[in-house]
Write a protein that binds this ligand. Structure first.
Ligand code: UGA
Length: 435
């Protein structure tokens, strides 16, 4: 099929690449023309494992092309995915101006039938606004269906998630639109992945409610970890024990520094806002978001309690990305931790396998901030090691080497990546969360 994807951000690029990889002809529209050259070479502007390879393959076989011309994109295909940004406004509400702008542009060019697909995360009933805009600005012979087809892609494993979905959700209002989705997703439904066909409003809600629920689950386990610390239980064992219950499940029960990234913090606020606008009091989620914010301050208190005075201490931080396997630092705990420790006058030695460049844009090198290309080099002479992101290479690190490089073998682990008994045996002064 011919498909157009508007917006080559994280979601758009992964969607375009994966749909091209199942044999569709995809045109991806990106208005930032400086990005086009990179994209046409098959280079991904974001770090996502495997993405560059899939892009290169599908550029060379002609399945994917890039353009900054939205007119061209609208004429190219009957089905158009909207993957533009929906950032958070000052009030916490989603800013939908890019969605509205794209709808106006599509309307002004369209003739005949077009299926407009919301892929970006939007508040419930945005499809109505999109449809209203399309109809308002369109030529009389244009005909539209608006559908919602939310994404459930985790950064760092987005290609896997796209190709192995727990479910594919589509919210449609016509049989024609439903059939187009059945064709697009046939390679996946043929493998047995479930396709849930519902209304646009339900599909929009499924996405927002899923992210909010996962955020709630993380805050819940973080509160249980506080209790574990008080009563002398191990949160990892408690989470394992809870996770065996199939109704609960072990994923997203990892206590630590809480959630960050471009999705959960923004989506939970937008969901609360949308619930309030509809007269539903969702203080449950407000509480979850406050608990999340308190994780960072609690960790900083813990550091101060252990080191007593942070000023002039050589503190090594492993992990700057908001989670492993990404270079994304949006809402990353490391931002607050580096900020506070820097203010307190600590000498910071920072390492991340992928996110250093992005972090440098936030906190440039200099003063009391130093960046390293090697995790062990960063440790040289350190008074303490903070684990802020749980990259596998940190889990597999050589403990004896860590000890020998540090001034004092103190590890303050915000992600529970090491076993306390092993650390004790190795002579490391080891602190972690909820254990
Ligand atoms: C999340 C969802 O998992 C995707 O399904 C969704 O499509 C995406 O948002 C989105 O809306 O676009 P992502 O933000 O990439 O994906 O990352 P997650 O793997 O979900 O992790 C989110 C945050 O929760 C991270 O900061 C992570 O460190 C934290 N987390 C996760 C925990 O603190 N504990 C856990 O047990 C799991």
């Amino acid at each position: 099929m011919k498909l157009t994807v508007i917006g080559a951000g994280y979601v758009g690029l992964v969607t375009a690449a994966c749909l091209a990889d199942t044999g569709n002809e995809v045109m991806c529209i990106e208005k930032v023309s400086s990005k086009l050259e990179t994209l046409r070479k098959g280079e991904s502007p974001i770090y996502e494992p495997g993405l560059s390879e899939v892009l290169k393959k599908n550029i060379s076989n002609g399945n994917i092309t890039f353009s900054d011309n939205i007119d061209e994109g609208v004429r190219f295909a009957e089905a158009i995915f909207l993957c533009v940004g929906t950032p958070q406004s000052d009030t916490g509400k989603a800013d939908l101006s890019q969605v509205e702008e794209a709808a106006r542009q599509i309307a002004s060019i369209s003739d005949g039938y077009k299926l407009i697909i919301e892929k970006s995360t939007v508040p419930v009933n945005t499809h109505r606004r999109v449809k209203m805009t399309l109809n308002r600005y369109a030529a009389p012979d244009a005909q539209f269906d608006v559908a919602s087809n939310p994404e459930f892609l985790r950064e760092g494993s987005a290609l896997y998630d796209f190709s192995n979905p727990d479910r594919i959700v589509v919210g449609v209002e016509s049989e024609r639109a439903e059939q187009i989705f059945k064709d697009i997703y046939k390679p996946y439904t043929d493998q047995g992945f479930p396709l849930l066909i519902t209304t646009p409003a339900a599909a929009e809600l499924i996405k927002h409610a899923s992210n909010s629920f996962l955020a709630l689950k993380i805050s819940y386990i973080n509160m249980v970890s506080d209790l574990c610390e008080k009563v002398g239980a191990d949160i990892e064992l408690v989470a394992d024990g809870m996770g065996y219950d199939k109704r609960i499940g072990r994923p997203f029960l990892n206590a630590g520094l809480g959630y960050g990234g471009s999705c959960f913090p923004k989506d939970i606020k937008a969901f609360i806002n949308m619930a309030n606008e509809n007269g539903v009091d969702f203080t449950l989620l407000e509480e979850a978001d406050m608990i999340n914010a308190s994780r960072r301050s609690k960790y900083l208190e813990m550091i101060e309690d252990i080191l007593w005075i942070n000023k002039d201490k050589q503190i090594c931080i492993w992990g700057l990305a908001f989670k492993p396997n990404t270079d994304d630092i949006r809402e990353a705990p490391a931002i607050d931790i580096v900020g506070e420790l820097g203010e307190a006058g600590a000498q910071l030695r920072l390492f991340d396998p992928k996110a250093t460049e992005n972090f440098k844009n936030f906190y440039p090198e200099g003063g009391n901030i130093k960046y390293f290309n090697d995790k062990y080099e960063a440790l040289n002479g350190a008074d303490a090691l903070l684990i802020v992101t749980e990259w596998s290479e940190f889990k597999e690190a050589d403990i004896e080497k860590i000890k020998s490089l540090m001034q004092l073998p103190i590890i303050i682990d915000g992600r529970n990546i090491y076993d306390p008994a092993t650390m004790k045996e190795a002579g490391v002064e080891y602190y972690s969360i909820g254990r």
